[in-house]
Design a binder for this molecule. Structure first.
Ligand SMILES: NC(=O)c1ccc[n+]([C@@H]2O[C@H](COP(=O)([O-])OP(=O)(O)OC[C@H]3O[C@@H](n4cnc5c(N)ncnc54)[C@H](O)[C@@H]3O)[C@@H](O)[C@H]2O)c1
Ligand SMILES: O=CCCC(=O)C(=O)O
Length: 523
């Protein structure tokens, strides 16, 4: 399919006239064709108007029809074939196998949401039947279900051009909830976005849905992104990216006359805690495994292990030995964009030039736009005294914090900001120490994992890919896994409503056959 560079506004395509955006070959920085036309105010207006028009119809679509729609998107993405993979590889510099794997994750995610919609428990249907004879007061008949919040703005992420982008987790969960979506495509992979966007647009048509269920705009974040979040017809936002971008959108959403929720996944350094027994038993091997996680995808994962915490001593030295040896062999890798590469080099330079930080090891030197991995170390007291050492360096760089004892390790953990993940490496003999750490780990992170690293998020019902600020803007939610749908739903209660007027999920005969909690018990 020849790329056109057009905006997708409902069922129509039109070329934006507010300037040109070009994808770049991530390896060389060369401009790729075609030019993508940035959206102007009229395009934004039309996309939001169509989404608002589609909402009352789409939110009440039959669950089966909505599930088929999600499956059709998945199939249409697969049907694009190799063209999608090749364009994505060129625009992002990610290896082909990674892009193919991410495509599998993306379509798997859409199919998982289809199954979630069919199963129906996301509606959280509850019935508390009337008790007319209750003394001293009769009880009313109360019935509750979740409804979709309204049109959702989704910002595609640069680092997961498929699984967190145009038809990624935010879009899949919003559509599953019954919310139309307006995507602000990431300028780092516009061709990939067009191909996937057209697959979604075609699915809308294939399934006979209102055209306003999906639109996609190109443009600058500060203009079209901000305009989208400020638009009164948009009722929630999904975002993955930088802390500055996420907090700017939070401020815009909060300043609206009707503030709306922003689900922004932003900044996390994912501490890895190495306990004494594990270090003594297999410090060197953990060091080697750590480098695998650190350098995966040029370190451009929000789950990247950017901070290592351990009590100083022989065990930690064996970890450093294993990690340094593996890092010395690690090839440099092309980063997503020249801008992200530049930000990474600056972050490494800041650590390298810090008077309280020592460089322990480096990866192989690379070509232009390739990130060279690095490992640094500091003392816990210096880490505590220099909060800037907590700042995320987006790429394959990590900092070891050497603690004097358990109390200092606790203190360092207590000082870190909210995280997506915290990993514990331990043996059975470390259980008592681990138990003492668990309360602070639960306070700080959305996911606590043992003897592994946070990279490679499973898309599953029990997954939490979230965490307290600044990992996300709202630690009560997840952007991966079926629970992500809850971000785009709100409960409505119906009191003494005649059966004929009730939504199907709450009617006495349960025609949708959805799971329901009756008088507090699942029926
Ligand atoms: N933690 C993560 O998962 C993660 C992922 C990607 C990038 N990053 C960080 O972000 C940096 C830049 O990468 P990026 O381009 O992917 O992220 P970004 O936050 O700059 O951009 C993400 C999206 O938000 C928009 N945007 C940015 N600033 C905005 C603003 N002020 N108002 C409205 N919209 C805005 C952009 O146009 C883009 O569509 C990286 O170097 C890295 O530090 C973090
Ligand atoms: O970059 C954010 C997402 C990370 C992820 O999904 C993974 O590690 O698999």
């Amino acid at each position: 399919m020849a790329l056109t560079g057009d905006l997708l506004i409902g069922g129509a395509t039109r070329h934006g006239t507010a300037g040109d955006i070009h994808g770049l070959d991530a390896a060389t920085g060369e401009k790729l064709e075609p030019a993508f036309g940035a959206a102007g105010p009229d395009d934004l207006e039309k996309a939001c108007a169509l989404a608002a028009e589609a909402f009352p119809i789409f939110r009440e679509t039959d669950l089966e029809a909505r599930a088929v729609f999600l499956e059709t998107i998945a199939q249409n993405i697969m049907d694009i074939g190799d063209e999608l993979v090749q364009r994505c590889v060129t625009e992002t510099g990610l290896p082909q196998a990674r892009v193919e794997g991410e495509r599998g994750r993306t379509v798997g995610q859409l199919r998982l949401f289809a199954a979630t919609v069919r199963e129906g428990s996301f509606l959280e249907a509850r019935i508390d039947p009337a008790m007319p004879d209750r003394k001293p007061m009769p009880r009313v008949d109360l019935r509750l279900r979740n409804v979709a919040v309204g049109p959702v703005a989704v910002f595609g992420a640069s680092n997961f051009p498929l699984a967190f982008s145009v038809a990624g987790g935010d879009t899949a969960s919003a559509l599953a909830a019954g919310c139309p979506v307006v995507v602000k495509a990431h300028s780092a992979h516009p061709g990939t976005s067009e191909l996937v966007g057209k697959a979604v647009q075609k699915a809308v048509k294939d399934c006979g849905l209102h055209e306003g269920v999906f639109s996609m705009l190109f443009g600058s974040g500060r203009v079209i992104g901000q305009g989208l979040v400020a638009d009164p017809r948009i009722k929630a936002v999904g975002f993955t990216g930088s802390r500055s971008g996420g907090t700017a959108l939070m401020a815009t959403a909060a300043a609206r006359s009707e503030p709306i929720p922003v689900y922004a996944e932003m900044s996390s350094i994912n501490p890895v805690v190495l306990l004494g027994g594990a270090l003594a038993a297999r410090g060197e091997a953990i060091g080697k495994a750590f480098v695998g996680s650190l350098t995966m995808g040029a370190g451009q994962f929000c789950t990247n292990p950017g901070l290592i915490l351990a009590i100083d001593g022989e065990g930690l030295e064996s970890f450093v030995k294993g990690a340094s040896a593996a890092l010395g062999e690690a090839p440099a890798a092309t980063m997503l964009t020249p801008g992200i590469h530049e930000a990474y080099c600056e972050g490494v330079k800041r650590l390298d030039g810090h008077s309280q930080v020592q460089k322990l090891a480096e990866g192989k030197v690379g070509e232009k736009f390739q990130g060279q991995a690095a490992l640094f170390s500091t003392k816990a007291a210096d880490f505590l005294a220099n909060p800037e050492l907590q700042e995320e360096v987006f790429g394959s760089t990590s900092l070891i914090v050497r603690c004097a004892d358990e109390a200092e390790l606790q203190k360092v953990l207590g000082s870190v900001e909210g995280q997506l993940t915290i990993a514990l490496h331990m043996e059975e003999g470390d259980h008592d120490d681990a138990r003492k750490l668990l309360p602070v780990l639960e306070e700080k992170a959305g996911r606590i994992l043992v003897n592994g690293f946070g990279t490679g998020v499973e898309v599953a019902p029990a997954m939490v890919h979230g965490g307290p600020f600044p990992a996300t803007s709202d630690g009560r939610s997840t952007s991966v896994g079926t629970l992500a749908i809850a971000r785009f739903l709100r409960p409505v209660s119906y009191q003494d409503m005649p059966d004929a007027l009730l939504p199907k999920a709450l009617q006495e005969a349960n025609p949708l056959n959805v799971p329901r909690r009756i008088d507090g018990k699942l029926g």
